[in-house]
Design a binder for this molecule. Structure first.
Ligand code: ZN
Length: 271
């Protein structure tokens, strides 16, 4: 599933190239997770100003209104002056004067939703419950610890929920917890202040490293120029069930938490 680094890598791969483009047409394929929320013909002639990101949503800001794009479980975007003919899994296309933006999404958990403004109900519904951005000013160790104090579920599930801090999905939650030496099943409110601070630093470090490497290619991620990332080559625990820990050689364990696989080292990560 594309996580924050992949979404940010995708944003950077086409934001500059689409800025200033005017919309010439919209193609809708099979229905996505949510309907578009406007008549596609209304978008014609609008000018794309910028592409921003909030959590795992890309915000395509136009001179009037915006499109919120989510890649869901299996989505990826392509942007090019000319694209190959549409395939069966290409369910949204924004044709512009500077190229075509196409959403490829085999599982169709992704979405493209129109909103008149960032504070319009259709945008608020998707964005208002999101936690702080982990790579921006405002993600600080002490408020992070205080927010965890109020939660009784496992730390891994609190990270995944996205309402304390956004964008830390399954891969990077597993990696950050390893880096901080914390067992994923530990209750969030049992984390001491120093351990919460360590986890805070680990989240930032893991996400920045993934960004620098161009995201992860797990589940066939590629950016809007079709390039894949390299993060999975050096994952410490994710996907390494039964393999020796890279730090202490204890076999990595895998457990299920909220229907997702979690990977951890029973020696390096303390309950
Ligand atoms: Zn270990």
């Amino acid at each position: 599933m594309p996580e924050l680094p992949e979404v940010e890598v995708t944003r950077r791969s086409f934001a500059d190239r689409i800025a200033g483009a005017s919309v010439q047409g919209v193609h809708l394929g099979k229905s996505l997770r949510w309907p578009l929320g406007c008549d596609p013909a209304e978008l014609q002639g609008r000018v794309v100003h910028s592409v921003q990101r909030r959590g795992k949503y890309l915000l395509l800001r136009m001179d009037q209104g915006l499109l919120l794009l989510h890649l869901g479980m299996s989505g990826s975007l392509q942007f090019a002056a000319r694209l190959p003919p549409r395939g069966v899994h290409d369910h949204f296309e924004l044709q512009t004067s500077q190229g075509c933006l196409r959403l490829h999404d085999p599982r169709r958990f992704g979405a493209v939703v129109y909103a008149d403004a960032l504070d319009a109900p259709s945008a608020l519904k998707l964005l208002s419950k999101l936690g702080v951005e982990p790579l921006e000013v405002g993600f600080d160790p002490l408020p992070f610890h205080q927010a965890l104090q109020k939660r009784r579920s496992s730390i891994k599930q609190v990270l995944l929920a996205g309402d304390v801090v956004v964008g830390v999905g399954n891969i990077y939650a597993s990696e950050a917890l390893f880096m901080a030496g914390i067992r994923p099943s530990l209750r969030a409110d049992r984390l001491s202040k120093p351990r919460a601070q360590r986890l805070h630093g680990a989240i930032v470090a893991v996400l920045q490293r993934a960004l620098a490497l161009g995201g992860s290619t797990l589940r066939d991620f590629s950016n809007a120029e079709g390039q894949t990332g390299y993060f999975q080559l050096d994952a410490m625990v994710y996907g390494r069930d039964g393999l020796p820990c890279r730090r202490c050689e204890t076999p990595i364990k895998s457990i299920r938490q909220g229907q997702r696989s979690t990977f951890y080292c029973p020696t390096c990560q303390k309950p």
